[in-house]
Design a protein around this ligand. Structure first.
Ligand SMILES: Nc1ncnc2c1ncn2[C@@H]1O[C@H](COP(=O)(O)OP(=O)(O)OP(=O)(O)O)[C@@H](O)[C@H]1O
Length: 280
């Protein structure tokens, strides 16, 4: 049976009054999803909801199924069984492009940019996902296409500024320092105007100061109106920024609660045995 909360009730105990007030409705529902690869069950009847306006953490030891979950949600994999819904609309069987248009954007564990394009052009690829001009309209450079192009460029600059990398607009992505490439990936994802932004280990390779900045940025992204789903291994970051955390282990959901509860949950502690407690 599905464990997804479809009552529309606010989530109990969410961090911060503002966040709790916004968490009134499930935006994304992962409903009883099973994903098998041959003999490996990467997701085993997983159900959870991401509520509108919250920052949800998705954590678990290596191989727990976190990235597979992102891949199922974004149309990379079709689940063996189960359903994923965004605003109540089924996503399974839709193409990645359709899912982007419906409002889910993601970043990748291993950065995926167009290395030979500038930072600005990389973000413009994201804004293109929202353009309404037809291909003939674009080829003929009709006024509407030119207007959309101008608006897209303005938005791309605004997003680069928002991510703190405005000065890199004309540099090739491959020449950017690692941290700026990670920020650029987020800017590109935001350019698709997602309702839900999925970040797959955005702090990987960051030093503590950069992690602190990222934490602040994630909060600001939520304050812009985006709901955030975050896969992250850094427990301090996860505990510090999320309203709620879903924990996977061996493809099963073992916890779904506010950070303080998850932290002291014996099942979670056991799953993380080997990870020093003070990492949390
Ligand atoms: N395309 C695939 N083909 C076969 N097995 C896969 C595939 N993708 C994932 N798996 C397997 O599914 C399981 C879950 O992997 P997944 O990458 O989702 O875990 P994860 O929680 O994201 O791990 P990590 O924290 O190491 O990134 C693993 O056993 C993995 O080997």
């Amino acid at each position: 049976m599905s464990e997804v909360d479809t009552t529309g009730e606010p989530v109990q105990g969410a961090a911060g009054g503002g966040a709790a007030a916004r968490q009134t409705r499930p935006l994304l529902e992962v409903d009883d999803v099973v994903m098998r690869f041959g003999g490996v069950t990467a997701l085993d009847h997983v159900s959870f909801a991401v509520n509108e306006g919250e920052i949800l953490g998705l954590i678990g030891p290596n191989g727990a199924g976190k990235t597979t979950c992102f891949n199922v949600m974004t149309g990379v994999f079709r689940p063996t069984t189960g359903q994923v819904r965004l605003n109540g609309r089924p996503l399974v069987s839709r193409s990645r492009h359709q899912i982007t248009r419906l409002g889910i954007a993601r970043t990748f564990q291993n950065i995926r940019l167009f290395p030979e394009m500038t930072a600005l052009e990389n973000v413009l690829v994201g804004t293109d996902a929202r353009h309404r001009t037809s291909v003939p309209g674009a080829l003929l450079r009709l006024p509407r296409h030119r207007r959309e192009e101008r608006a897209g460029r303005a938005k791309a600059h605004e997003l680069l500024d928002f991510m703190g990398i405005g000065s890199t607009a004309n540099q090739l992505a491959r020449n950017l320092p690692y941290g700026d490439q990670r920020r650029l990936e987020i800017a590109r994802a935001l350019a698709t105007e997602p309702a839900l932004l999925c970040l797959d280990e955005p702090a990987a390779g960051f030093n503590p100061a950069e992690k602190e900045e990222l934490l602040e940025l994630i909060r600001r992204i939520r304050d812009r109106g985006q709901t955030v789903l975050l896969i992250e291994h850094d427990m301090r970051l996860v505990m510090g920024v999320t309203d709620r955390i879903v924990v996977l282990e061996f493809g099963r959901k073992i916890a779904d609660a506010v950070p303080a509860e998850v932290r002291s949950d014996p099942k979670v502690v056991a799953a993380y045995l080997g990870v020093p407690d003070d990492a949390a």
